[in-house]
Design a binder for this molecule. Structure first.
Ligand code: MSP
Length: 644
């Protein structure tokens, strides 16, 4: 059976960061694992290059959009090549075949009646390339996903009948409980669909950097919505709409994505596929996010970790091991050099590296580097049995993408080896003239290392090839079959001396403070630019005082039913009666916690209606990537006191 494994395609608006590396490492390990097992596996990655966001990034960098996309796309590809990522295809959404495939898909859905033309009016977030309803916005303006300000766009648009697929999607989730993995992530998707799906706007007329409409539809002012374009990459890469040459790999066995883009992959994507009459992927594997030293990474904080920088300092194999060992699949993970160094020193250097060094040393002394498995079964049946139990348990973890459990189990093999050396003390046996026994223990450990390296190969391909070379065999499907499945032992061989594979790390190898990033410089340049733009935007003091800001006391607060974002507040501003203020702060404050607290209120805003409720003011708040906080007087002030 063929296997098809994909990563998301990465936006070309900035260099790769550690989150991109993580998805790529998981997918690469999975693809390598399947290939090792002899499966016909195909591994796809690539770059997502269309849309307003990319067009704007290119403009900011004063480059033609295609040239900008070419450069960043190449930087991803070069990095993955340097990291020896074993992709079978690197797709770019600016590839001609991809564009033809997307047009073909659009045509099929249109001819089926699943795409129709209408008007769209809504709030659009350029950064997320997504429309939001008024109800979804924070404070009537800001994107609920990234917090940036949205623009109102009214345009003619083609719509995909997403609503038509609501029931079919719900049925699919319930018939296939492992469609979304880990299962714990499925509920958020199911609830979203149950909340009702609106038809999806799938074209734009407000910019041109996108895939053109199919010839047959003849509507040149539209370009495709970037998510429609991007999601189709998973089939156009196989030749959908062009050569069809690799379509036998469809449906994908697993599509890895970060939790932030699960909705696109678990709702829109399957609905598109249903419309195209194509089968759905077996699994959408949603992983968590990485933070740095407990903090969310962001360009503005300058704490984004560049995978290249980490790999240059610690080695890419160590990084792969750390990331895949540290975090249970689906959960968020934290990158700290301390945790990384601990794993290198204790697990890689002590448990694995030393074990290899010990048998190289002993076999050199006792048998001129010759290792013979002839007596292993006789003296070490107990260890062989224990080893086989571990080997047999591993596949399940990998099938569930639980690389951390896989590695944890795999490490039991090194404990068996280290313990056997301690217990059987070959140096004592040599003194007692029991050379056969001493050599059997050395050979047992050589076999443990051989089998463990085969299973570790998908995670640490380079290092395990070095170990295999020292043990005089190649890691491939036939050694996997013989040594792992058929439980055979190594044939007589001479072990090679190799330098220590995992030198201990005593001190952090990268600065602890935010790293100097190429991006950070760009970002600060943008900030300077922003400041200078403010200079052009100066107002008179009188204009400022046109806004009436007052201290208010929240006297009552309640949640707005059916809204995840809104709270309905009664705020005393020293007037006859408290004012009703509807604020999009429910994600950050509970209603109870606000009662009897002071806030700053914009008091002379025209009343507005939010979800049918009148709002007679606005609370001042600050928002960044860590969330939102209200701006309050430093000390309690009289209600109604003016702020200025
Ligand atoms: N272009 C879209 C995907 C389209 S797929 C048809 C996109 N690109 S992205 O470059 O912004 O993100 C790519 C992946 O990186 C996503 O899966 C996202 O979850 C992941 N990560 C981005 N930051 C991350 C962390 N800090 N930690 C882990 N992964 C994160 O979305």
């Amino acid at each position: 059976m063929s296997k098809y494994i994909t990563t998301p395609i990465y936006y070309v608006n900035g260099e790769a960061h550690i989150g991109h590396a993580y998805t790529t490492f998981i997918a690469d390990s999975m693809a390598r694992y399947e290939k090792l097992k002899g499966e016909d596996a195909y591994f796809l990655t690539g770059t997502d290059e269309h849309g307003q966001k990319i067009e704007e990034s290119a403009q900011k960098n004063s480059k033609p959009t295609q040239e900008f996309a070419d450069e960043i796309s190449a930087s991803f590809k070069n990095l993955w090549d340097e990291f020896e990522i074993s992709y079978d295809k690197f797709i770019r959404t600016t590839d001609n075949d991809h564009k033809i495939g997307v047009q073909k898909a659009f045509e099929v859905m249109y001819n089926k009646g699943d795409i129709y033309k209408d008007f769209y009016e809504g709030h659009y977030c350029v950064s997320c390339e997504t429309f939001f309803t008024e109800m979804q916005l924070v404070d009537g303006e800001f994107c609920p996903d990234c917090g940036r300000s949205t623009n109102i766009i009214k345009e003619e648009s083609y719509f995909f009948r997403l609503s038509k697929y609501e029931d079919a999607l719900l049925k699919h989730y319930s018939d296939n409980p492992d469609f979304i993995m880990p299962r714990s992530r499925a509920n958020e998707v199911i609830n979203f669909v149950k909340g009702g799906l609106r038809d999806l706007s799938v074209t734009r007329t407000s910019f041109t950097w996108g895939v053109k409409m199919p010839e047959s539809i003849k509507d040149d002012k539209h370009v495709m919505y970037v998510w429609l374009d991007a999601l189709m990459n998973y089939i156009t890469a196989l030749g959908y709409g062009t050569t069809e040459e690799n379509m036998r790999y469809w449906p994908a066995s697993v599509q890895f994505v970060g939790k932030d883009i699960l909705r696109f992959h678990a709702i829109y994507w399957p609905a598109f596929l249903m419309s195209l009459d194509l089968p759905l992927p077996k699994h959408i594997g949603a992983h968590g996010w990485w933070t740095r030293d407990g903090e969310k990474m962001s360009k503005s904080k300058g704490n984004v970790i560049s995978p290249k920088q980490v790999a240059d300092a610690y080695g890419v194999e160590n990084l792969r091991y750390f990331m895949l060992r540290e975090v249970p699949f689906g959960q968020d993970g934290d990158f700290s050099q301390r945790a990384f160094i601990d794993r290198i020193n204790s697990e890689l250097s002590n448990d694995l590296g030393n074990l290899l060094n010990r048998i190289i040393g002993m076999s050199g002394k006792y048998s001129d580097f010759e290792i013979d498995s002839v007596d292993v079964l006789k003296y070490h049946k107990k260890e062989l049995d224990a080893m086989n139990v571990v080997l047999d348990s591993l596949d399940t973890f990998m099938q569930n993408f639980q690389t951390h459990r896989y590695l944890e189990e795999l490490w039991k093999l090194f404990s068996i080896g280290n313990k056997a050396i301690e217990e059987h003390a070959p140096w004592v046996k040599m003194k007692e003239n029991r050379k056969d026994e001493a050599l059997a223990t050395v050979a047992l450990v050589a076999n443990i290392l051989a089998k463990a390296s085969i299973m570790l190969h998908p995670i640490m391909p380079r290092t395990t090839n070095i170990i295999a070379d020292a043990l005089n065999f190649n890691i491939d499907n036939s050694s996997y079959k013989e040594l792992v499945l058929e439980k055979k032992l190594l044939k007589l061989f001479n072990i090679k001396v190799v330098p220590p594979l995992f030198p201990r790390v005593e001190e952090p190898l990268m600065p602890e403070a935010p790293l100097a990033q190429p991006n950070a410089t760009k970002e600060s340049a943008q900030e300077v630019e922003k400041c200078s733009r403010e200079q052009d935007n100066l107002i008179e003091i009188g204009q400022f005082f046109e806004t009436s800001l007052k201290v208010g006391l929240i006297v009552a607060a309640e949640e707005v039913p059916k809204s995840k974002k809104l709270l309905k507040l009664q705020v005393d501003l020293g007037e006859e009666s408290p004012r009703q203020v509807v604020a999009g702060i429910r994600e950050f404050y509970s209603a109870e916690s606000l009662i009897n607290t002071q806030v700053c209120v914009v008091a002379n805003l025209k009343p507005a209606k939010l979800m049918g409720m009148v709002s007679e003011g606005m609370l001042l708040a600050a928002k960044d990537e860590d969330g939102l906080c209200l701006i309050r007087p430093e000390k309690p002030k009289k209600v109604g006191a003016s702020i200025g």
